[in-house]
Ligand binder design. Structure first.
Ligand SMILES: [Zn+2]
Length: 160
């Protein structure tokens, strides 16, 4: 059953006349099949998207904006908004690897141009506004949100 669904989804990926909503659903389905739970469920809002991650070096909360309000990392302040902003560094699509490269290629094949563009920012680098160390936003986001890679403890008996 799963194999059939996977084949069906793969066939549909070659159809270039998909409605964006259908294309997006297939994109999510492919990621779910691949076991990339975080990315099958992510919002991909590149109009006014914000991602909350933790700096892997100093562990402060970092707000990453990818959208019409800018593309930056910052510290979110209750009164003053996003402060200590630093511009993001966009990834070169040719330098993406692994899942990020696959997602970018799939987005392009599906005709989801804004998504493909957004992914080069999402898998680009952010600088921590506090300690200035640089990290790949998408990798950090996945590390914090993917149940497979939880640092809270061992995988429960029986696995996922
Ligand atoms: Zn830091």
């Amino acid at each position: 059953m799963i194999a059939e669904l996977r084949q069906m989804a793969a066939r549909r990926l070659t159809d270039s006349n998909l409605l964006p909503a259908t294309a997006m659903a297939l994109f999510r389905a492919q990621l779910a099949f691949a076991g990339a739970t975080v990315w099958s469920l992510a919002e991909y809002d590149f109009d006014d998207g914000f991602y909350r991650v933790e700096c892997p070096h100093c562990h402060i909360g970092v707000t990453v904006a990818i959208g019409i309000y800018g593309r930056y990392s910052a510290q979110r302040d209750w009164d003053r908004g996003d402060i200590h902003r630093r511009p993001l560094t966009q990834a070169d699509p040719g330098n993406l690897d692994g899942l990020a490269a696959w997602m970018h290629t799939m987005a392009r094949h599906l005709g989801l141009t804004p998504l493909a563009e957004g992914l080069t920012w999402l898998f680009g680098r952010a600088e921590c506004p506090a300690c200035a160390s640089s990290f790949v936003i998408g990798d950090q986001y996945a590390t914090e949100n993917e149940p497979h890679h939880s640092s809270d403890g061992p995988i429960p008996p029986g696995g996922w």
